[in-house]
Design a protein around this ligand. Structure first.
Ligand SMILES: Cc1cc2nc3c(=O)[nH]c(=O)nc-3n(C[C@H](O)[C@H](O)[C@H](O)COP(=O)(O)O)c2cc1C
Length: 195
């Protein structure tokens, strides 16, 4: 028996899952976000470092502060989406190594801040990709945004410097009446070379 996912799941995660033009007003519960996290946390990261942190911005005051710190075109969805998350990289992820990777906890690498900052950033991006798919797997729509003022968000939300903003996510229930045309993707010839 094939272990490949079925067509309906392929559509849910990839082929029919575009970045939604609009969300409905239906709420997304914290439990749905938690369920997505419980899936995505199993996807791999280098050294099992798991540096990505998800900050759900729920209070009206914090949401308004975030809206002011994203680019104008992104403000309406940050303002209205049922759930909005700041995705951040924990630059002190290595403090968790004794728990999450005991065999590597004592290596000198974790004292090299250039290395750890780079790993925090790259592996948070990797985990963000997994998170987008895990949220889609819950039947949710996700609108990732990098049109944001990272430094301003860091200053407002993460003043001690430990977390570094990577992106903002608007998460909601997809408004199926608001179709958005998709741009093409590269064909295999462009994307894959065999040498
Ligand atoms: C990391 C990332 C950052 C993005 N930032 C923005 C953004 O700031 N503003 C915006 O309107 N769209 C943003 N997008 C949306 C992309 O343009 C969109 O996902 C891409 O064109 C694919 O569209 P489709 O999923 O509808 O095919 C972002 C997407 C990703 C994955």
């Amino acid at each position: 028996m094939s272990k490949a996912i079925d067509q309906a799941t392929q559509e849910l995660l990839f082929t029919q899952a575009n970045t939604p033009a609009n969300f409905t007003e239906a709420p997304v519960s914290d439990a749905q976000i938690h369920a997505a996290y419980e899936l995505m946390k199993w996807a791999p990261t280098a050294f099992n470092a798991q540096p990505m942190r998800i900050v759900l911005v729920n209070s009206p005051e914090k949401r308004a502060a975030l809206v002011e710190r994203v680019m104008e075109g992104n403000q309406p969805r940050v303002s209205t989406a049922s759930q909005v998350a700041i995705i951040a990289a924990d630059t002190k992820f290595a403090e968790h190594m004794p728990t999450i990777n005991p065999g590597m906890a004592g290596v000198p690498l974790w004292k090299n801040t250039e290395f750890t900052n780079n790993l925090a950033n790259t592996q948070s991006w990797l985990q963000l990709g997994y998170l987008i798919l895990a949220l889609r797997a819950q039947g949710l729509g996700v609108y990732p945004m990098t049109g944001i003022h990272n430094d301003q968000i860091n200053a407002e939300f993460f003043a001690d410097g430990q977390l570094q903003t990577v992106a903002v996510l608007a998460i909601g229930n997809i408004d199926e009446t608001a179709a958005r045309p998709r741009n093409p993707r590269h064909d295999i010839e462009t994307a894959i070379t065999s040498i």
